[in-house]
Design a protein around this ligand. Structure first.
Ligand code: SF4
Ligand code: SF4
Ligand code: FES
Length: 228
């Protein structure tokens, strides 16, 4: 089905693209070969952070290029990446203590509670709330509130205090997962089984199957969601 063409501006230059395109599909329609600033095209990888303005609207808006539908007279720029500092640490040497944030992300404590990060998050996460939870040392709340973060960096790009919310949340989730959550007995057992070579024969057999046989096995597999 043919689509009407609408005008958009990329880096201030005017182009005509099909109505209903996303920013990424509009760029591809125009012949740009995208090597950076794109990945899954499904809203999961966080690679396609884009900034834009709408006609007659003073606000600088942000969104995922693969999920944001173009609008007439939209002014668009893509961010190749968000150059956010990322602390290097050995998780084995850390403790579930707020001190880890003081040591690795001291800028956390500059938060102005402006909520800009929450407003721009394409995942609609309560970003300011998890930043405040990190300040209080509540690892569980940071982990829960940031669980769907796709590390797009838009929150950090707009933060007046230059906080890297997504890296702080990643550290909190790692600490929460390693030190504060209940261990899964099934997972522990499975890891032991793998180390002991229990599945080696099975792997060899799978490797000898044709693509068709592998597909059949995959679609007829039993899924066990038991959690302990
Ligand atoms: S944008 Fe930055 S300063 Fe504002 S609430 Fe979020 S983390 Fe705090
Ligand atoms: S919290 Fe920040 S990095 Fe994570 S999805 Fe939201 S805007 Fe992107
Ligand atoms: S390309 Fe992966 S989230 Fe947009």
């Amino acid at each position: 089905m043919a689509h009407d063409l609408i005008p958009i501006y990329l880096y201030s230059r005017k182009f005509l693209v099909p109505e209903g395109s996303t920013i990424i599909t509009a760029l591809e329609y125009l012949g740009f070969k995208l090597k950076k600033g794109v990945g899954c095209k499904e809203g999961f990888c966080g690679a396609c952070a884009s900034l834009y303005r709408l006609k007659g609207d003073y606000k600088l808006r942000g969104g995922l290029g693969c999920q944001t539908v173009v609008q007439p007279e939209m002014q668009i720029v893509q961010i190749p990446f968000v150059p956010a500092p990322k602390a290097i640490y050995n998780i084995e040497e850390l403790k579930p203590d707020p001190e880890v944030f003081v040591r690795h992300y001291p800028e956390l404590y500059r938060c102005l509670s402006c909520n800009t990060c929450t407003k721009i998050c394409p995942q609609e996460l309560q970003v300011m709330d998890f930043v405040q939870a990190a300040i209080r040392g509540d690892f569980e709340q940071v982990a829960n509130l940031s669980f769907d973060c796709i590390m797009c960096g838009l929150c950090s790009a707009r933060c007046p205090a230059e906080i890297t919310q997504f890296n702080i949340a990643l550290l909190a989730r790692r600490i929460y997962g390693k030190f504060l959550t209940k261990k899964s007995a099934l997972l522990e057992q499975r890891l032991k089984d793998i180390s002991s070579g229990k599945y080696e024969e099975g792997y060899k057999e799978l490797m000898s199957l044709s693509k068709e046989e592998l597909k059949n096995r995959y679609f007829s597999r039993e899924i066990n969601f038991q959690i302990t």
